[in-house]
Write a protein that binds this ligand. Structure first.
Ligand code: HEC
Ligand code: HEC
Length: 351
């Protein structure tokens, strides 16, 4: 079997039992559960899909909310404003994202895909559950600068939202819980698993070129200790030797744990669709993949939390020595992680 069907339940949505109160006017149509399919080369999801199973109506609602500027105080900065599908849902033109009234954040927008398989979210792991993650951008002054109370009021004024919430959720309510659940239903369906790399991993008939094979071998020996497994991240927090930024003084994981040993550590990012999600690193400081490899070979900078992998036995800095040719091979391999099906999948598109 090519795919493991994680859930294959079809449920009939909310049937309206009432006849006298005004809810009876809301046309309730059938709400089917969507199939959440775990690709055969993926691990089991960390998201508890049974607790919030994506449904047709919940997904459509989550998508509408994702692309709706009403979630921001200025009516413009939707989730999709910073997370653009063509670039694997990143804000590619922006080094650090910018939110309402052009307010600048301090971090580069992360790609959104395969979130159902991640344990923690954001560059420093500040969000420990996907359902809670959107609270950060919604309420952050430099992002959407909004409150749930105000969003709920705005949504209640829109008949289409009253109807959609009623169809998507049994309690029919427009509340923060249902807003967050529907956003998660949309986001967990965003699975990127059809790159050339995947097709090779699943023996679906593709083969690497000689250069890609050379790159893959180099990658496995030099990069995969951190960017490991089919998600290309071990989901740990590490310091990969970027010079400390004096502009934002972003302390990384220490912001969450308070531990001195976590200063300047950031979550090891996935490398799926990396060709599309430039610029790179938590603050978008590196423009190209070549810049990234130049950093690993020549730019790794010492600090007390630098990952031991970048040191020699005598404690001096080794970085990851690479020839120009080796860098090109690795870049060629990284491009096999691009999933055109995903970035063109109309299920996730605004229009
Ligand atoms: C102003 C730009 C901006 C807006 C608007 C925005 N985001 Fe983000 N998003 C970011 C940035 C920047 C990060 C990285 C945050 C960090 O590390 O602190 C991020 C991170 C995330 C992550 C974590 C991904 C991961 O792999 O850990 C998720 C999920 C996410 N955003 C979803 C959303 C949703 C849903 C909305 C709308 C409610 C939204 N974002 C609105 C910029 C934005
Ligand atoms: C010791 C662990 C470690 C090793 C080894 C490592 N990386 Fe990374 N990588 C990281 C961390 C941590 C980050 C995020 C750093 C940040 O933004 O502050 C990162 C970021 C990246 C990014 C930017 C991703 C993005 O979304 O912006 C790319 C590309 C990358 N690494 C590729 C590689 C390649 C290629 C190799 C091998 C030559 C490699 N890495 C080796 C830990 C590692």
């Amino acid at each position: 079997m090519k795919y493991l069907a994680y859930i294959l339940l079809i449920v009939v949505g909310v049937a309206c039992s009432c006849s006298s109160d005004k809810e009876a006017y809301v046309p309730i149509s059938e709400n089917k559960e969507l199939e959440f399919i775990v690709p055969s080369n993926f691990p089991e999801p960390t998201y508890n899909v049974k607790m919030n199973p994506p449904t047709e109506k919940g997904f459509e609602l989550g998508k509408k909310l994702f692309y709706d500027g009403r979630l921001a105080s200025d009516g413009v900065v939707s989730c999709g404003f910073c997370h653009i599908q063509d670039f694997a849902f990143t804000h590619h033109t922006h080094i650090v994202s910018h939110g309402v009234d052009g307010a600048l954040g301090t971090r580069n927008a992360q790609p959104l895909h395969n979130l159902a398989f991640m344990k923690e979210f954001t560059w420093d792991g500040a969000a420990i559950h996907l359902d809670l993650q959107p609270i950060i951008p919604i309420t952050a002054e430099v992002e959407m600068n909004e409150t749930f109370g105000s969003i709920i009021k705005k949504l209640e004024e829109r008949p289409e939202y009253v109807e959609m919430f009623a169809e998507a959720f049994e309690d029919k309510k427009i509340n923060s819980d249902n807003i967050l659940k529907s956003l998660s239903q949309f986001m967990i369906m965003m699975i990127s698993s059809n790159s050339k790399y995947d097709k090779i991993e699943r023996n679906e008939g593709s083969v690497f070129t000689a250069d890609e094979t050379a790159g893959f071998e180099l990658f496995k020996s030099k990069c995969a200790s951190c960017h490991s497994g089919t998600l290309f991240t071990d989901q740990s927090y590490r310091n990969n030797g970027l010079p400390v930024d004096t502009l934002y003084n972003d302390i990384g994981r220490k912001r969450v744990t308070g531990l001195a040993s976590d200063i300047y550590k950031f979550k090891v990012p996935t490398l799926r669709n990396i060709e599309l999600s430039f610029p790179y690193m938590h603050d978008g400081r590196l423009k190209t993949l070549k810049d990234v490899l130049d950093h690993y070979s020549d730019g790794v900078t010492d600090s007390e939390t630098l990952d031991p992998l970048f040191r020699n036995d005598d404690n001096t800095i080794s970085g990851i020595p690479l020839t120009e040719e080796e860098k090109q091979y690795i870049i060629t391999f990284l491009k096999t992680l691009t999933d055109d099906n995903f970035v063109n999948d109309s299920r996730f598109s605004e229009f």
